[in-house]
Design a protein around this ligand. Structure first.
Ligand code: ADP
Ligand code: ZN
Ligand code: ZN
Length: 745
């Protein structure tokens, strides 16, 4: 082996150092580049830019390997153009996690690694202005009112031992603007300086009302605490709604931080806006909260704080899993059953499963919490892969809310266009009379499911998708929920000129009905059409918690993790919305949704009631949700999955072939399916299809799918990954791979 470097450590002029990089493109191969000596020494995990293709377009990439001189010999390689960081952004455990995600989820490595680092990371650190007293004796009488107020505040702060405060804080508390401060600087009373922004310790003095963990919580904490610092372990924390799982998380995180390590808490995006979480954050040491409302610069700031050890705890949605904590001690995934943990564009990873893998790599414990664990996690627990810890009761001896399932057909008067039946109407009226709050779930956006002509059967469809447009009231337009295309509602049927009708119910129609029936109630609607920013969530949830709202009407957004003691009634307008979708998880989703939303009721002094409206009251998912019978549901559903050979009995990989030309997509799918059957049939993989996707045409592309049900994880990937590059080039249609898919449309 020829040494790459001379004994003084510098690369000799002639030495050619070669790096292998993964580019942020749909390219599956890694590529080799010469490493110019001027860039210092290369390292795995560094971000660079490399010239790519004939045009030598500068393309972001990650160094994944520094080659030895043997491997690097005798080649005429293009040189790396730029180095983007001094130190690798991704340290070894995250590089390994990225490699696992790339292989397991069938995504190009460069794209996967790029998705793990916020784009703005590496920009110069943000600066903030800070103010401190110089110690000069102030002649307060000589100052103007504003100057005086600013000085009062600074003096008070310094009496409390705080020597320096940010200009922003000073402005907030005393109303002093920059000009006021500058005038105080001129008087020699204060100094104004600039420093890199650091994360403030938000932890407040332990509050008097901090809950004392009950017996169940103590047992759960003890069981998991035992595993801290002892390598990898996975625990499924199955706690009924209102059992105080958050308290268990808080205590565990504190232990981890006290031992000098960092913790990551993943939550669904919506939970980040809830008060529970805000309260939680004030009870933990230096927390970086990562959510979708952050600017690129803020995101990068938190990222750097975590990497440099300036944050002890990271709380965030999906991508917080990639927080560069270098001293990790614990990962917690709250509401582990949540579908939003699955990313729906490449890399299509599931943050819960990737969290377990990160815990394996980092040799730390991971805790998955839920009131309705996914059957995947339950099955893992039954297999002995996860330890099961339970919180079977609600805190403070609160009863589980009582569920009443009502048959909608018997509840409505014939001929009346309504969806809030007699029972639910009456109970809402009673709750409002008692000044209690109501949460109402309708898990379907829009006003009406579609617009049609009763005379000739014409349906207003999307011109880009094989789906009907959903009628939206506010815009009086049809909107496609698959591609966002919208169209004006025609005055008459474009085919026969007759009158058009609306069919089906969406949340907006229910909002109308509520306003008609309870004109004095203060109602807010919470769905992805009204909630377009995280601030809006926070605002509505704030109003609801201050009791400035009586009824919170929403899609599945209102089912998640909300804790409002004023809510005595929860109504499910239609339990059937998710049952109708052709998906082997339809029953599981329905059960989870009902149990979760029901869990929002009765968290305060008054016991909670829940009314579930349905057209199919005998459906097991609904019957079992009525008694919060998770065990019963699992006992019925899990064997059914084994009978049909669907997850978690098997591992599913879904391949979609799409093209503007239907026959091109279909032919490509048929050819690939044949190939897969020949190659994988003998390895315990059942190949189903090709068949048209549930939504045949989406966004102008025709789609055909192949479903691969494997007995063992990884079998399909092992065969497919090394062939993705070649297949993508050879197949006429675009190939999309989704491993452990949650959406089967
Ligand atoms: P879960 O996530 O299990 O549904 P939460 O963690 O939201 O439940 O807790 C529900 C409520 O109970 C919160 O308001 C919390 O502050 C409170 N709480 C938690 N533990 C206790 C306890 N041991 N005693 C009294 N109240 C508690
Ligand atoms: Zn017509
Ligand atoms: Zn569309």
């Amino acid at each position: 082996v020829i040494p790459l470097f001379d004994s003084d450590g510098k690369p000799p002029e002639t030495a050619s150092v070669v790096v292998r990089v993964a580019v942020n493109q749909a390219i599956w191969r890694t590529l080799d580049y010469a490493w110019p000596a001027a860039l210092g020494s290369p390292a795995r995990g560094l971000r660079v830019r490399v010239p790519l293709g004939k045009g030598n377009k500068l393309t972001p990439a990650f160094v994944v390997e520094v080659l030895t001189s043997d491997q690097a010999a005798r080649r005429n390689l293009k040189p790396v153009a730029q180095k983007l960081d001094h130190e690798p952004q991704l340290h070894e455990p995250l590089m390994r996690l990225g490699e696992w995600i790339s292989h397991y989820y069938l995504a190009p490595l460069g794209m996967t690694l790029a998705a793990m680092v916020p784009a703005a990371v590496g920009a110069p650190a943000r600066q903030e202005e800070v103010v401190s007293l110089t110690g000069a004796d102030p002649n307060l009488a000589a100052l103007g009112t504003r100057q005086r107020r600013a000085m009062d505040h600074l003096l008070e702060a310094s009496r409390q031992g705080i020597g320096t405060i940010t200009l922003q804080q000073l402005r907030l508390h005393s109303g002093a603007d920059r000009q006021t401060v500058v005038s105080l600087v001129r008087r020699g009373l204060v100094a104004l300086a600039s420093r890199p922004v650091v994360l403030q310790d938000t932890q407040q003095v332990p509050q008097a009302d901090e809950p004392v963990p009950n017996e169940d919580q103590l047992a759960a904490i003890a069981a998991i605490r035992d595993k801290l610092g002892k390598g990898f372990s996975a625990t499924l924390l199955h706690g009924v709604t209102g059992s105080g799982k958050t308290e268990v998380y808080v205590r565990l995180i504190r232990e981890v931080v006290a031992a000098g390590r960092q913790a990551i808490l993943l939550t669904p995006e919506i939970a980040l806006a809830s008060q529970t979480l805000t309260r939680l954050v004030t009870r933990l040491p230096r927390v970086a909260v990562l959510h979708s409302g952050l600017s690129a610069a803020q995101r990068a700031f938190y990222y750097q704080q975590v990497r440099d050890g300036g944050a002890d705890v990271v709380v965030g949605a999906r991508s917080a899993l990639f927080a560069p904590a270098r001293n990790l001690g614990l990962i917690i995934v709250d509401e582990e059953h949540e579908g939003s943990y699955k990313q729906d564009s490449a890399p299509r990873y599931h943050a819960r499963d990737a969290a377990v893998m990160r815990a394996v790599i980092e040799k730390v414990p991971v805790v998955l919490g839920s009131a309705t664990p996914s059957l995947e996690s339950l099955y893992n627990a039954r297999q002995g892969k996860y330890d099961l810890v339970r919180l079977p009761r609600r805190v403070r001896g609160l009863p589980m809310p009582r569920l009443e399932v009502v048959h909608l057909r018997r509840e409505l008067q014939g001929g009346v266009v309504e969806i809030i039946g007699r029972t639910l109407t009456l109970m809402i009226a009673q709750a409002l009379d008692r000044r209690e709050q109501v949460i109402l779930l309708m898990n379907r956006r829009g006003y009406a499911s579609y617009v049609f002509c009763p005379s000739c059967g014409w349906i207003m469809g999307c011109e880009r998708c094989s789906r009907a447009l959903v009628f939206h009231q506010a815009t009086r337009q049809g909107l496609c929920h698959y591609c966002d295309h919208s169209a004006e509602l025609p005055a008459h049927c474009p085919a026969c000129d007759k009158k058009l009708l609306l069919f089906g119910y969406g949340i907006q129609r229910i909002e109308d009905e509520i306003q008609r029936k309870f004109p004095h109630a203060r109602v807010a609607r919470m769905d992805s059409d009204t909630m377009t920013s995280p601030e809006q969530f926070q605002q509505v949830l704030g109003q609801f918690s201050r009791r400035e709202l009586d009824i919170l009407l929403g899609t599945q957004m209102v089912a998640k993790g909300l804790d409002f003691p004023g809510v005595s009634l929860v109504g499910v307008a239609s339990a059937d919305t998710s049952l109708a979708i052709p998906d082997f998880r339809a029953a599981e989703r329905t059960f989870q949704l009902i149990v979760q939303v029901a869990g929002r009721a009765g968290r305060g002094a008054t016991p909670g009631a829940v009314v579930v409206q349905t057209l199919v009251p005998q459906e097991p998912a609904i019957r079992l949700a009525q008694t919060h019978d998770y065990a019963g549901f699992a006992a019925a559903e899990l064997p059914a999955r084994f009978e049909t050979g669907t997850p978690p009995a098997t591992r599913l990989v879904r391949l979609v072939l799409r093209d503007e030309d239907a026959s091109v997509a279909q032919l490509a799918a048929a050819g690939l399916a044949k190939e897969l059957k020949a190659a994988l049939g003998a390895r315990g993989v059942r190949v189903a299809g090709p068949q048209p996707c549930g939504v045949l045409r989406m966004n102008n592309l025709y789609r055909f799918e192949i479903l691969l049900f494997a007995q063992k994880p990884g079998v399909v990937q092992q065969w497919l990954w090394p062939r993705m590059e070649e297949l993508s080039r050879r197949l006429e249609a675009e190939l999309v791979a989704d491993v452990d898919p949650l959406q089967l449309l």
